[in-house]
Design a protein around this ligand. Structure first.
Ligand code: SF4
Length: 239
């Protein structure tokens, strides 16, 4: 017990880093009070399906195909009865559509068999569903309001690294670090804000540091010199 507490204390980031992370979330929230998940869904099941479909596809593309899919498959039982191929025509404009169809049907069969047709609200049960990994489970839990998570997708990971919060590339490790930096009650909101910031400003190819609200807080790790703003470069805190 004492050893576990000592390990946790040793991993705890310095106070100044936690303060900087808090300021980052504050500023992003002020800049984007409207930040919310862009996927369109009406219930837990539609949320889960949309999140599975969104892997390596934009939310806008998912929103284009999901209404017809949701109309054809109104509940878990309808998906569970289908073979994955039946879903293909509905989602074939999305990348990895065969694998996604297989994941959705597999998840729905498990939901029918073990959860009475309802999406489970516990992380372990969600992650046990076919095709549902840690990130998908985290996003679903955050938007169900069922548990706190800081899911790490490509945007969250990139923004966290450029901000110098981590050097890790493994999403689980990035999430672990962000969880230590940001208070638990802000994890879900922090996830959403990092996603929006990564899409709008801190984009993969062309980060717009000169108009970024975090410019003076950010060491811009890995950002080409010509893209950085005008403030003196803060020390890379992860160095
Ligand atoms: S200052 Fe540049 S690198 Fe840092 S978060 Fe903003 S856009 Fe990204």
């Amino acid at each position: 017990m004492r050893r576990a507490m000592a390990r946790r204390a040793a991993r705890r980031p310095p106070e100044r880093e936690r303060a900087r992370a808090g300021e980052v979330v504050d500023r992003l929230e002020r800049a984007m009070p409207e930040a919310r998940i862009a996927l369109e869904f009406k219930d837990d099941l539609q949320l889960l399906v949309s999140v599975i479909l969104s892997a390596q596809s934009t939310d806008a593309r998912v929103n284009l195909v999901s209404p017809a899919l949701f109309a054809r498959f109104p509940d878990a039982a309808a998906y569970a009865r289908a073979e994955p191929e039946v879903l293909w025509p509905f989602i074939q404009t999305l990348g990895l559509f065969r694998a996604k169809a297989k994941s959705i049907v597999g998840a729905m069969r498990a939901i029918e068999a073990a959860h009475g047709g309802r999406v489970p609200r516990e992380r372990a049960a969600l992650e046990a569903l076919p095709g549902v990994g840690r990130k998908t489970a985290g996003v679903v839990l955050v938007h169900l309001g069922a548990d706190q998570a800081f899911p790490v997708d490509t945007h969250v990971g990139r923004v966290a690294r450029r901000l110098g919060f981590t050097r890790e590339r493994d999403p689980d490790r990035v999430e672990e670090r962000l969880r230590l930096l940001v208070p638990r009650e802000r994890w879900g909101q922090g996830h959403q804000l990092f996603v929006w910031h990564g899409r709008r400003t801190c984009t993969a190819r062309a980060p717009a540091c000169e108009r970024c609200v975090l410019e003076d807080l950010c060491p811009k790790v890995g950002v080409p010199r010509e893209r950085r703003g005008t403030s003196p470069r803060p020390t890379d805190p992860s160095a």
